[in-house]
Design a protein around this ligand. Structure first.
Ligand SMILES: Cc1cc2nc3c(=O)[nH]c(=O)nc-3n(C[C@H](O)[C@H](O)[C@H](O)COP(=O)(O)O)c2cc1C
Ligand SMILES: CC(C)CC(=O)C(=O)O
Length: 406
């Protein structure tokens, strides 16, 4: 009995001695990130951590958000057909994109105003992507500058372009991206005009954020987020010269500055001017994919912008097989919109994608726990992908094919 009591007392003393360290660890970004075991848990943590309008900006989608939900539910409609008796002792996630190897078939999607979730914004995403051995894509609407992200981390970077009415600004963005080693140009073609995100409308979401009693109250109830925001306020896109501009809704700012006249001629023009690979993002039809190939695109991203643009559009995973068939290896095909699980990635690869891009998974990670949270998003998906490939009987991610799904 006495021996047992001694043991318990010893353990208690040891626990007390290490308690401050453990509390610090629990409260650190690393600790918060580690406690999230799924992308859904990162989402829940982000929802608690950042003011509601900022969570809603990332989480929300257009109109009734039908396409955003369908992006996720359509993955449930794809059935996996596991192959028996394959040696899966070594799982190889590597693939090559645009002539270079990446350690896993997951790429960081371009996201605008990322610095609202966390002041390190796209710099944190770049570090997380590079630590995972993959590529980061910087948005035209990024909160960090082209130069800041280039300096933040060594690794492969792509630059995403929205064609602005001010073509001089487009020229200077392209020149800066080329000068700072962004290897590929990703032209996004599904924001002809701003999608109507009703959560943003209800929340009065604007750039720069409008400070009101309500936003101040949000700040007080999210002190960790507020401390970061006050230290490094990233209020407007950093590469467009919008500093000091009057507050406007995001939709009106987009509609004022993006060029709605953009057509295939602009793709041809960009193709001839950009020296590196060109990727077209936001393709949902096989005929458009073919036209991209004819215009010299090196890759396309099958995407409906995470359901943030045309509500009622098909899920990206539904559009993928016909596009992959039409392109038939003449350009690389990637997919985004709705990736939340490793099995989603297996299904996308099986249906013809060479890699997937992730948007919200990284936004949730960043909101929940900064760079550690973004790293966690990659590590959760990587771990799930490894197990899913083993159980599906395909040890090499690059070799999974149509026979694996129906
Ligand atoms: C907060 C947020 C901002 C985004 N900003 C951009 C952007 O600036 N440029 C772009 O091409 N796509 C942008 N997207 C779309 C993503 O690149 C990607 O297509 C989408 O997030 C994929 O869906 P998922 O969030 O379900 O992964 C944004 C998405 C989110 C969630
Ligand atoms: C400023 C926006 C158009 C950025 C974007 O693409 C998005 O929020 O989905």
């Amino acid at each position: 009995m006495n021996a047992l009591l001694d043991l318990a007392a010893q353990q208690l003393r040891a626990d007390l001695a290490t308690a401050p360290g453990r509390v610090r660890q629990r409260l650190s970004d690393e600790g918060r990130a580690a406690r999230c075991r799924t992308i859904a848990e990162l989402r829940a943590a982000a929802k608690r951590s950042v003011p509601r309008p900022i969570f809603d900006y990332a989480d929300g989608a257009a109109w009734d958000e039908v396409t955003a939900r369908r992006n996720i539910s359509a993955f449930e409609d794809v059935t996996l057909h596991p192959k028996a008796l394959t040696d899966v002792s070594e799982i190889d996630l590597r693939t090559s994109v645009l002539g270079g190897e990446i350690a896993l078939p997951i790429i960081a999607a371009p996201t605008g105003l990322t610095g609202l979730q966390h002041p390190e914004g796209e710099m944190a995403i770049a570090r997380a992507a590079h630590a995972a051995g993959t590529i980061t894509t910087l948005s035209t609407m990024a909160s960090c500058t082209i130069e800041e992200v280039a300096a933040a981390s060594d690794g492969r970077r792509w630059f995403q372009l929205y064609v602005m009415s001010d073509r001089g600004l487009v020229d200077s963005l392209l020149a800066r991206a080329a000068e700072h080693g962004y290897e590929a140009l990703m032209l996004t073609v599904d924001v002809q005009v701003a999608g109507v995100r009703e959560r943003d409308v209800r929340n009065g979401f604007s750039v720069p954020p409008r400070i009101s009693l309500k936003t101040l109250a949000q700040g007080v109830t999210h002190p960790r987020w507020s401390a970061g925001f006050v230290a490094h306020p990233r209020m407007v896109p950093a590469n467009l010269g919008w500093e000091g501009s009057a507050t406007a809704t995001l939709a009106s700012a987009v509609n004022r500055s993006f060029d709605p006249t953009v057509t295939w001629d602009d793709l041809a023009d960009l193709r001839s001017r950009w020296k590196g690979p060109v990727i077209v993002k936001g393709v949902m039809r096989a005929d458009d994919a073919l036209r991209c190939v004819e215009h010299g695109a090196d890759a396309i991203v099958v995407s409906n912008h995470g359901g943030r643009q045309l509500d009622g559009a098909a899920a990206a995973i539904e559009a993928l097989p016909a596009i992959a068939d039409a392109v038939s290896g003449r350009a690389e095909v990637y997919l985004d919109s709705g990736i939340r699980r490793g099995t989603d990635i297996v299904k996308a690869l099986a249906l013809g994608a060479r890699a997937v891009l992730i948007g919200r998974a990284l936004m949730y990670g960043l909101g929940a726990a900064g760079e550690a949270g973004a790293r966690r998003a990659f590590s959760i998906l990587e771990a799930e992908l490894r197990v899913a490939l083993a159980l599906a009987g395909y040890p090499r991610a690059a070799e999974i094919g149509r026979d694996a799904v129906s």
